[in-house]
Write a protein that binds this ligand. Structure first.
Ligand code: ADP
Ligand code: MG
Length: 740
């Protein structure tokens, strides 16, 4: 077998080696920040309140401020006034175009740019920007997923300015954050329902805060999302069609060494990576995104960044924007960022830990223990209500993080399981037990009440440092917030934030009603609150779990506790449509029935399409790359065996060629199996594709198509282990994970 044959048959192998050579020659690419101090340029490309004050008339400034505070929209006339100042700022910053920037039900954001130019009177071109185009636009949105809400013949959707999220400039484009709704008013994005859920939470939480502090008039939910990601060198990335098309490796034998030694976690950040991080952080600062933390994650070539928490709507926008910035900046450094939840089998996947809490206009974090019994009763109230919400809306909260890509990560031995439980830590668990024991049904004596309050009053402020960390919990209390860890790294956190905030809002409303009822029966306020809290603790006990969430015992225990653990993605998603979920999402007015059903259609279709894409990519790679490589290697072995016979004759043949013959058989078996399984998978797809109903189709894709992905991969990975490294067509795990 001559090398020439190898080369002609293995153009991909050449690409692989070329990529490896390229990577070894890479140098770190340093870029200069506009200033050493971030505070000098933070928000440079954002039309924030400071700039508004400078560029807007006093009148316009006050109008916008009021609109932001009260969550209202602007009239055309008011918008026109704002547009004048905004245009002046944007032109000064070099913008030539503007766009309404929105979050359709895909995984990314959408934008359609329009130039500022208009034809002037005498055929001149002038820069123009009006209030009309600032507040509303009507993109032809027929190609965005809507779940059948918008017929293609009525393709118009419109976008409307979300005043609460500031306008920003990327490159030369002025970006206006907007909601996206259909012509008939149904939401087609994440932002519109998120804003509704947040406003529900605001109202419900303020009502409850009124028991404790009359000065509270506004409650915002806060979010800080830790974003995990992988980096892969661009040259290697291009040599892996599965990464390019499916964003995860569909084949690849585990590297002999990967994360066993935990030597990557918190290790020193490689220089080339550091240059990339500094560069994207700088861009993020200019966009007003307060990224603060960076570190190596557990898996090789896996990293994390986390911003300072912000109001949820803004934090969601910023996270989407940050992912976009990272993808763009990575290319400058010859990297590709992988946000997929499980780009590599056998090692850790990536999540997006959603740190979430609520804060009042009086500067109080409602999930932070206070300094005195009164504020601690408030803390306890909100803590227990969140637990109760996670208990009652368990299936729904779980559904909000379920999707095709996250399904490869959840339940693995590195990520939260797909069972949603709450971790509190020993101190708080004990305190809740105390409350249950000490609060009595009968009217409490003053002494009992004092004792209880004293107990609560002692919750230490240093709880933050005290909380024993349980890294295995999907929903953990971490001292002054909950950390919702089951959210996938590629997700728009709008999806899970809609559900969490809606569930807590719904719960707080119920709480208020129950407490008021007891007060109406003549009990005092604190006692009424204690009564309801006790009842909630007892009712939501099942959702509390302090142990190892990865353990087998927990799965058995969770089953006994009847906690939701549906294995399938489409079936999990269906929990959005249970009567309980509808009460949280529809009765509250966050979604209409039609919107929610449309959204589910979109999710089912997304699931099917993603599996379909993976199946096609794997099929193509298996047949066009792997099988020929296997045959190639087999042929060279066969020639070798023939030559042995020619040279040595029958006498020593078995001794000399026996092992080779076995290898030939093993390779041949794998090739036959790969071919057969790919054919079977195609047949399974054909059958699934004719199913009309999107849910049924997703189910069949999950049950009858998805399992082939693993089966086929298994044979390919075994083949990789025995085939000649020189002709293997795709970069191997060790190359993808250890070269940078
Ligand atoms: P960890 O130790 O959990 O990895 P990190 O420092 O990586 O923590 O991230 C913690 C995140 O929690 C940050 O984004 C931080 O801003 C956020 N956070 C802190 N307090 C709150 C809060 N009150 N509400 C929401 N998020 C918060
Ligand atoms: Mg972290």
């Amino acid at each position: 077998m001559s090398i020439v044959v190898n080369l002609t048959y293995n153009i991909m192998a050449i690409l692989r080696f070329k990529a490896l050579v390229e990577v070894t020659r890479r140098e770190p690419i340093k870029t200069e920040a506009p200033s050493k101090n971030v505070s000098d340029y933070f928000g440079l490309n954002v039309f924030d309140l400071h700039k508004m004050e400078h560029y807007l008339s006093k009148e316009a400034f006050n109008v916008v401020r009021k609109a932001i505070d009260e969550g209202k929209s602007l009239t055309r006339q008011e918008a026109n006034q704002v547009a004048i100042g905004l245009k002046a700022w944007a032109l000064e910053r070099g913008a030539t175009h503007f766009t309404h920037w929105f979050h359709p039900l895909t995984d990314g954001t959408a934008e359609k740019h329009d130039g500022f130019i208009e034809m002037g009177d005498k055929g001149h071109v002038v820069e123009s920007f009006s209030g009309e185009v600032l507040v509303q636009s009507e993109p032809d949105a027929s190609s965005f997923p809507s779940g059948g809400i918008r017929n293609t013949f009525e393709a118009r959707g419109y976008t409307a300015w979300d005043v609460s999220s500031p306008v920003f400039i990327v490159g030369t484009t002025l970006c206006i954050p907007t909601i996206f709704v259909s012509y008939t008013g149904e939401a087609l994005d994440y932002k519109a329902p998120l804003l509704k859920a947040l406003s529900k939470l605001d109202k419900a939480a303020v009502d409850v805060c009124q028991y404790f502090d009359k000065d509270v008039t506004k409650v915002i939910a806060t979010l800080g999302c830790e974003q995990e990601y992988f980096l892969v060198d661009e040259a290697l990335y291009y040599a892996r069609p599965d990464l390019v098309l499916a964003e995860r490796t569909l084949m690849g034998h585990q590297s002999a060494k990967d994360q066993q030694l935990s030597d990557h976690y918190f290790g020193s950040i490689p220089e080339r990576v550091m240059c990339f991080i500094e560069d994207f952080e700088c861009e993020a600062y200019k966009l007003g995104i307060p990224v603060k933390t960076r570190h190596n994650e557990v898996a090789p070539n896996q990293f994390e960044c986390a911003p300072i928490h912000e109001e949820v709507n803004l934090a969601v926008d910023h996270n989407q924007l940050l992912m976009d910035v990272m993808k763009r900046i990575a290319r400058r450094h010859n990297f590709r960022v992988l946000f997929h939840e499980k780009p590599f089998a056998g090692i850790n996947g990536s999540g997006k830990h959603n740190n979430w809490s609520m804060a009042t206009n009086t500067g109080v974090n409602l999930l932070s223990p206070g300094k005195n019994p009164k504020s601690n009763l408030q803390f306890l109230t909100f803590l227990v209500n969140v637990i109760k919400a996670v208990h009652d809306s368990n299936e729904l909260i779980r559904a909000s993080v379920m999707n095709e890509s996250n399904s490869y990560r959840l339940g693995g031995h590195e990520a939260p399981p797909a069972i949603i439980s709450v971790f509190l830590g020993t101190y708080l668990s004990k305190m809740l037990d105390d409350v249950v024991r000490k609060v009595t049904e009968a009217k409490m004596t003053p002494a009992q009440k004092t004792e209880l309050k004293l107990g609560i009053g002692k919750i230490p402020e240093i709880l933050l440092d005290n909380t024993d960390r349980n890294r295995t919990s999907p929903f953990a209390f971490t001292g002054n917030r909950f950390e919702f860890r089951a959210v996938g790294s590629s997700a728009n956190c709008g999806g899970s934030m809609i559900v969490l905030n809606a569930a807590v809002a719904h719960q707080l409303e119920k709480f208020k009603k129950e407490v008021d009822k007891i007060i109406a029966r003549g009990r005092n306020k604190d006692e009424a609150i204690f009564q309801v809290i006790k009842k909630y603790i007892l009712e939501s006990k099942n959702v509390l779990f302090e142990g190892d969430n990865y353990s087998k015992e927990w799965h058995a225990e969770a089953e006994k506790r009847k906690l939701c653990n549906i294995a399938g993605v489409p079936e999990s998603l269906k929990c959005y449509l249970t009567p309980e979920s509808k009460e949280v999402l529809i009765a509250s007015g966050i979604f209409s029935e039609k919107e929610l059903e449309g959204r589910m259609e979109v999710e089912f279709e997304k699931f099917t399409k993603k599996v379909q894409i993976e199946a096609r990519v794997l099929g193509d790679l298996a047949i066009n790359h792997i099988v020929p490589t296997g045959i190639n290697y087999m042929t060279s072995l066969l020639e070798n065996v023939k030559a042995i016979k020619e040279v040595f004759g029958e006498k020593d043949f078995e001794r000399l060629a026996g092992a080779r013959k076995e290898l030939i058989i093993t390779i041949s078996d794998h090739i036959s199996m790969i071919k057969k399984l790919v054919n079977d998978m195609i047949e399974a797809r054909k059958k699934a594709n004719v199913i009309e109903n999107s849910f049924d189709k997703a189910i069949v894709y999950e049950k009858d198509v998805k399992p082939y992905l693993d089966e086929i991969r298994n044979h390919i990975d075994k083949l990789e282990l025995i085939a000649d490294n020189e002709i293997w067509p795709l970069p191997k795990y060790r190359e993808l994970l250890f070269t940078r």
